[in-house]
Ligand binder design. Sequence first.
Ligand SMILES: [Zn+2]
Length: 99
Amino acid sequence: MLQETCPVCGTPLFRRGKETFCAKCNQPVAIIKNAEDESRLMAEKVLENSEQTLLAKIQEMNTALKSEKDPEKLAAYGNALTSWLDAIEKLRRLRERPS
Ligand SMILES: [Zn+2]
């Protein structure tokens, strides 16, 4: 049993695997201790969403790239790909930063 209680029903929470769980509500609970935690959680969400968007774009570009013959466009795709991959690498590094 943990010290924290469920924000919905007030029952003490349990740790179940990686998540915090309320037995009474029968669902996982995200514990936000303070504003700093909250903004960190929000930042993580934003970084995660950005990475998803970039990966989706890379996949779209990969499809376009397969049928592209124009060398200028190919070079432009290449540049875009490089900067998107850089961005993903940075996003991942930010997310892995110990809190
Ligand atoms: Zn509860």
